[in-house]
Design a protein around this ligand. Sequence first.
Ligand SMILES: *Cc1c(COP(=O)(O)O)cnc(C)c1O
Length: 235
Amino acid sequence: MSQIAANLQCVRQRIEAARTRFQRSEEVELLAVSKTKPLALLEQAWQSGQRHFGENYLQEALEKINALAGRDIVWHFIGAIQSNKTTALAQHFDWVHCVDRAKIARRLSKARGADQAKLNICLQVNISNEPSKAGVSLEALPALAAEIACYPNLALRGLMAIPATSDDFDAQQQPFARLKSALARLQQQLPNHPLDTLSMGMSGDLEAAIAQGSTFVRVGTALFGARNPSIREDP
Ligand SMILES: *Cc1c(COP(=O)(O)O)cnc(C)c1O
């Protein structure tokens, strides 16, 4: 068995154990976060049945999408979005998880091809209220969601967050619980939209996220190993 196959099995078992422990009957999808990792590792993951992949850097992602064209992969963009990259994002991805401004959403909707399915969107919430972090505040979320819900080529699917890290299980759950409540409020505010997604939980806190209703856990390190910190953003 390849190292990737073994890691995948281990992460899937963590997800299943958490679903059982927290009585989560709905699906929890594993999003394999492959940023900075070579194509060969994505291929190994695909051969072991992995279908959802998340990338953070557009240029790197486009190379991988191109190289793996024709396979049944669902591509998720989970990185910071620059407005001059929205056309490529809208054309090549199935999901964008980190929308936090109406301007970006408007551009994504405009650039999404009429022949394509709607682009799935999650709004990124700055759930731990960290001044330096991306994401809309919980206070500003309802207005932003109301506006984005009107864009014709987007499907507003739910919320995404990257909370402040903690080693304590109860502390990990608190921001996830806030995101879950925020999604419940949005479902009431926008009853005609398919708001079924909570993109939360990473290698170190996926159990806490599943306890609080995660539907996508975004896992990098536990699948592909540590990343080289010297590899950075697109030029
Ligand atoms: C890199 C990244 C992850 C994966 O984090 P790990 O701790 O390596 O599992 C998840 N979500 C986002 C948005 C990321 O940028």
